[in-house]
Design a protein. Structure first.
Length: 229
């Protein structure tokens, strides 16, 4: 493997894990190292679950070694926005008043990701109540664009898009069931990531990410009305 593991796509990670070219623990260690190096000044990830993720990766490697059935996202790290419930952790949605609001269960999207074998490595920043096109809040502060830290990563999924562009793993959960006010398209268009979207014109228009946003809406939970994407 010539590239560091944090640079691999989800498909490349899946292929390598199934071929046993590397372990899930090695993937988590690589992504965690990247987060440790780059996240401090970007502030994309506001809750770091590296220790728990490593324990889950060890269990995933043991399952593979014992020949147990594995899911399509087995051992692959993901991040979740702080407006989505992750069991046993706060769901503050950018508001200090909600900083101790502990989720009793996983949200459906988190449950589905975990059932597929994914490992939650952290939570990404969002504006208050996920209702702005920039990512800044009084609880966790401002998220910067890794391409240009003076620029915005968009919103409300600015933490997720910044994490993707900075190389904090291949999968970052964004808006669920709807693309209200461009909460997928704006971050995707302003801040494209390697292997997914052209770098130009990254801050001129969100249009390059429309097709991928439509695809992600199609597989989100909930009712989808024709033309709603």
């Amino acid at each position: 493997m010539t590239r560091p593991l944090w640079q691999l796509s989800a498909c490349e990670m899946r292929e390598g894990l199934r071929a046993r070219r590397f372990l899930a623990t090695e993937i988590i260690e690589s992504v965690a190292g990247r987060i440790s190096t780059r996240n401090g000044h970007i502030n994309a990830i506001v809750d770091d679950y590296t220790d728990q993720a490593l324990r889950e990766a060890e269990a995933a490697d043991a399952a593979s070694a014992n020949g147990r059935a594995i899911g399509p996202l087995h051992g692959i790290p993901v991040t979740i926005k702080t407006n989505i419930d992750v069991s046993g952790t706060p769901t503050p949605n950018g508001l200090p008043i909600f900083k101790d609001l502990i989720a009793p269960d996983d949200a459906p999207v988190v449950r589905n990701l975990r059932q597929a074998g994914a490992i939650v490595i952290g939570r990404t920043n969002t504006p208050e109540l996920s209702m702005r096109a920039t990512t800044d809040n009084p609880l966790h502060g401002k998220t910067c664009n890794p391409w240009d830290e003076a620029a915005s990563p968009g919103g409300s999924s600015g933490g997720a898009s910044a994490a993707a562009a900075a190389g904090f793993g291949p999968i970052h959960q964004a808006m669920i069931s709807a693309d209200r006010s461009g909460f997928r398209r704006l971050p995707g268009g302003w801040l494209p990531s390697n292997q997914h979207l052209d770098k130009f014109p990254r801050r001129l228009t969100p249009q390059p990410c429309r097709a991928r946003a439509d695809e992600s809406i199609d597989v989100s939970p909930g009712c989808h009305m024709p033309g709603s994407a």
